[in-house]
Design a protein around this ligand. Sequence first.
Ligand SMILES: Nc1ncnc2c1ncn2[C@@H]1O[C@H](COP(=O)(O)OP(=O)(O)OP(=O)(O)O)[C@@H](O)[C@H]1O
Length: 453
Amino acid sequence: MPCDLFGFCKYETNKLVRIQSVRLGSLKWALNTAILVVICIMMLWNRNYQQFDLVVSSVTAKVKGVAQTNLPGVGNVVWDVVDYSGPSQDKNSFFVVTNVIVTQSQRQGKCPEVPSKGRLCRTDKDCEKGHWDQQSHGIQTGSCVKFDVLKKTCEVSAWCPVEAKTKPPRPALLAAAENFTVLIKNNIRFPAFNYIRRNILPEMNDAYLRSCQRTGDPLCPIFRLGDIVREAGEKFSDIAIEGGVIGIQIKWDCNLDRLSRRCLPRYSFRRLDEKESNKTLYPGLNFRYAKYNIVNGVEERTLYKAFGIRFDVMVFGHAGKFSFIQLIIYIGSTLSYYALTTVLIDWLIGTSCYSAEVGQNYSEKKVEAVQDKQKCILCVSYVDENNIRLVKRSQKKSLQDVKPMLVQPREENTGHLRAVLSLLQPDANADPKAEQLLAPKPDPNSSPRRPAW
Ligand SMILES: Nc1ncnc2c1ncn2[C@@H]1O[C@H](COP(=O)(O)OP(=O)(O)OP(=O)(O)O)[C@@H](O)[C@H]1O
């Protein structure tokens, strides 16, 4: 019937079947215990019983160290932190110059442009007065002048002499920056718990900070630049030539519960810019700055094209504290895992893992079809016009209630009645009461007993 097909005339509910079996009982408890153990391990491992908050942080860094370099055309120069830190420091990052191209004693004037940035020429006609582009060091005067014994280039109004070198020196002039150290101060806060901490821990004192080293003490807040670059998987002498960007990650994973309190930083390092300088277009990191002075009343400057490493300090982390609500939510979310026990044992019984006889017996006991006394209203619409009228009047009644409403069963309307009864009760033909209803009217003379209805 269509109502059966779509499940409108069915309601399914669970039936509890108790199987007296030591084997299945033991299996059930073993599985439940295993599930409980897994749930507990997951809870403790992930701290699902805690409420979490994200870190809010501030970072400052101070680099220290001195290095002596032999600058071409300048001689020996000692560099200290003011020289190699670059002109500015960004928030959460610091810069260390590792290589440099120096152009000394530049003055405002007219001089030949370098061939790599300007135009080679033969006569003044090849140069355009007032012309410049993004690569130029100055504005063309319109004259073609000697650059060296072989070449002539267009003359420019610029800071002269213009910077001539394009490639950074190899090896890097300030490769000794490897031994510089940086003190990183990181203050953190977890607003939800009003908890404040810094990476210079309360138990650290001045003597400790002067002597600590990252190799022996992973909590030491003073780092050798060479160690940072090495832990980032790079070679300092290579990255020092063209510069690069190294990330210093500070991770805070704090447990603020009283019994297991722990809140310590973990440092890790990685290179953030493109690694392979011979394959990468425009590799490294550099910028220019100048130092100005007056010589004989004329302003001069020394131009530095500085290559170096920028260290970006990134802080992330979270803190957790016991929360009864989180614990309840976690327990609630894990209860469904116990259904796995039933699924697994049902599957075992249903498969050849268990004896076929027991499996069959179990299936029969587990699923039982029951007829409802109340009839389904939707069934009515599938009867012919006459029947609809009959059924509609009796749709909420049992078979016995229908009896007085039915016409007396005669030969010609037996088929008509059978249709009605089968609608009221799908198994009407098998029901002795229905059979009784459908039986031909008994002859009062031949039989002393009348039908019950
Ligand atoms: N990069 C570093 N390497 C080693 N020690 C450092 C470094 N930066 C700072 N320190 C030392 O750590 C301590 C705290 O530094 P902080 O900058 O707070 O103090 P300071 O007295 O201003 O330092 P400074 O020595 O620069 O004057 C100081 O003794 C300082 O010398």
